[in-house]
Write a protein that binds this ligand. Structure first.
Ligand code: TXA
Ligand code: MG
Length: 344
């Protein structure tokens, strides 16, 4: 039966606190109604789950910042259904948008462009630019087709913590948060990519990667030619959202080589949970969460493993960094940020 023909909605799959996790495909209309009345909706994307509101609904945008506990100067990505929906959001045109869209959209590439004057400053952290992407997830696509306009959505984690890659992660993060009463979470299954989109700044020449992600710098260079050095600032204000400490669990984290881990564990008097390759040997009582040797699978599992480590009861987390090769760059970036000391 088509759920749109009836007022009887299928029951929530999970009700944690007041957060409502529902089967996504059956609740698109309800999600659209929530968005239209200014309430955020959690939508699955192929990278991570996002906390979505209309880009043009200023009070809904403010609710997203409050719910996440996010600094006001950290702008949001606007999600659109196709490249045609990008033009109304940007000031002018850009010759690299179409070729990048052909190569990478729908998919995990975000482009930063000059913002159109009609875009509310609240949605872009008061900046003159806007980040846009076309997500490649059937539920995100369905929502963008059904909702008239772009959806601004940060990753649906609380600020600074690990992004959610399942609906269950979102329910866990928001179950006790004021303002998350009746938050609708569309369950679209585990995210395929598992780490966030690559953010590419097209407002400079040559273009510059602001955040490493699921699309490699090699793929981007094949389309646009040389790209500028990746910025790794340690101040939130230098480049928004790229603060050194990010993606962090609640227990302390250190990164290691296999050799330094061995020394660390042989001296350890506390309980350590290790995230490391499958061939690593970790003696009891310490715990070993195996990260797949294949980079695609490792990305998919990464945040799930960090969350598992956080809940393992161990005193701290030791992570073995993957090799310093281009294909592992985004994962290395997330692990280094997860282990950075807290900001003063
Ligand atoms: O995969 C993703 O990108 C996910 C899914 C939900 O689409 N979204 C996501 O959003 O990771 P968020 O807000 O957690 O991270 C967006 C990043 C932040 O580092 C933010 O500062 C940057 O994109 N960003 C957004 N707008 C920008 C702008 N106008 N200029 C520079 N950086 C921008
Ligand atoms: Mg985020």
């Amino acid at each position: 039966m088509d759920a749109r023909c009836t007022n009887v909605m299928p029951p929530p799959l999970l009700s944690r606190g007041m957060v409502q996790v529902v089967s996504a495909a059956e609740h698109i209309d309800q999600a659209v109604a929530e968005l239209a009345s200014g309430r955020p909706v959690v939508m699955p994307t192929e990278t991570v789950y996002g906390l979505a509101v209309s880009t043009f609904d200023v009070s809904a945008i403010r609710r997203v910042y409050e719910l996440k506990g996010r600094p006001q100067n950290n702008p949001l990505i606007a999600h659109v259904g196709s490249v045609a929906d990008v033009w109304p959001l940007i000031d002018g045109t850009h010759p690299l948008v179409e070729p990048l869209a052909d190569a990478c959209w729908p998919g995990p590439l975000t482009l930063v462009l000059p913002a159109a004057p009609t875009v509310p400053l609240e949605a872009i952290g008061g900046r003159p630019t806007i980040a846009v992407r076309v997500p490649n997830h059937p539920i995100a696509q369905a929502l963008l087709t059904a909702f008239p306009g772009p959806l601004s959505a940060p990753s649906a984690n609380r600020s600074g913590l690990v992004s959610p890659t399942t609906a269950e992660h979102v329910a866990h993060d928001y179950m006790d948060i004021d303002g998350a009463e009746d938050l609708l979470v569309l369950d679209g299954g585990p995210c395929d990519a598992g780490i966030e989109s690559t953010v590419l700044d097209l407002t400079c020449d040559p273009p510059r990667i602001l955040r490493l992600g699921s699309v490699s710098s090699t793929t981007i260079s094949e389309v646009v030619g040389p790209i500028a050095e990746i910025a790794v600032p340690n101040q939130q204000a230098n480049a928004p959202g790229t603060a050194q400490r990010h993606y962090a669990p609640r227990i302390p984290v250190q990164v290691h080589s296999p050799t330094s881990l061995k020394h660390d564990l042989s001296d350890a008097i506390d309980l350590v949970v290790v995230i490391g390759p499958t061939d690593l040997s970790v003696a009891a009582p310490h715990l070993h969460l195996q990260i797949p040797d294949d980079v695609t699978l490792a990305s998919r599992m990464l945040y799930r493993l960090i969350r598992q480590a956080d809940q393992s009861g161990a005193d701290r987390l030791a992570i073995v960094l993957p090799p310093a090769e281009t294909k592992w760059a985004a994962i290395r970036d997330r692990l280094v940020r997860a282990s950075a000391p807290p900001m003063q």
